[in-house]
Design a protein around this ligand. Structure first.
Ligand code: FPP
Length: 230
């Protein structure tokens, strides 16, 4: 049984997979699934805040996703823009800190600028942190950090190295959930997930409701986290 203090994960990462299949089952275009995914994000953020989780890290776009058809990417960028225009400012006003990890330079300028602007207005000491991984790839993040460390010179420690990661200052994810049935991490938080508990579900992301989220948290609370000790 986990220690009492660790019954609730501090940081939950979610690999939000299955939007495309969800739409296909309804004979709808993939963009319909992403739209439903965004609606699910809005609900899950409220749920996580209500429960008392401090950090929610959502994998919104991987570096590999950038090779998807132009039409799908444009739809996703439009959705990011809508979220950062219509929803994110309200959250920031309610003391939610929003942060992006990943390389925004590949996104259309207006979308990247809007995201940066909203993030810049976030307070650092907020009670709830919402982190979007956008054009994010863990290997690219680690190589980027290695280059920073090489430029600086000197001996590298785990602690000093992790300061060069996008996630500097963010606790490692205690729990990583992947929806959509695949059993892999797909280049998500590889350094940070060294001791994360993993939870996989066949549920497609748009169907991953509060009840299922709470089920994953309950399963987490039952895990015996030993961190390599006996
Ligand atoms: C993977 O499912 C999902 C994505 C690549 C995009 C995730 C984006 C959202 C949930 C909405 C984004 C909105 C904001 C505000 C960040 P998939 O399309 O690969 O699903 P499939 O495996 O069924 O094809």
């Amino acid at each position: 049984m986990a220690g009492k203090e660790s019954l609730l994960p501090r940081n939950v990462g979610i690999i939000m997979d299955g939007n495309g299949r969800w739409a296909k089952r309804r004979l709808m275009p993939r963009s319909f699934g992403h739209d439903a995914g965004m609606k699910r994000i809005i609900k899950l953020v409220e749920c996580a805040r209500g429960i008392g989780i401090k950090y929610l890290t959502l994998y919104a776009l991987s570096t590999e996703n950038l090779s998807r058809p132009k039409e799908e990417l444009e739809g996703l960028y439009a959705l990011f823009l809508r979220y950062f225009e219509e929803y994110a400012p309200k959250l920031v006003n309610e003391d939610v800190a929003i942060r992006i990890i990943g390389d925004l330079s590949a996104l259309p300028q207006n979308v990247a600028d809007k995201m940066r602007e909203v993030c810049a207005r976030s307070k650092k000491d907020a009670p709830f942190h919402l982190i979007f991984a956008v054009n994010y790839g863990s290997r690219a993040e680690i190589v980027r950090a290695a280059n920073f460390a090489a430029e600086l010179g000197g001996k590298v420690t785990e602690e000093s190295f992790s300061r060069f990661l996008y996630t500097y200052g963010v606790p490692d994810p205690d729990l990583i959930i992947r929806t959509g049935g695949e059993l892999r991490l797909s280049n998500f938080l590889l350094w940070q997930s060294a001791y994360s508990e993993l939870y996989f579900t066949d549920t497609l992301f748009p169907d991953f409701d509060d009840k299922q989220f709470k089920k994953a948290l309950k399963e987490f609370s039952r895990r015996n986290r030993r961190f390599g000790k006996v």
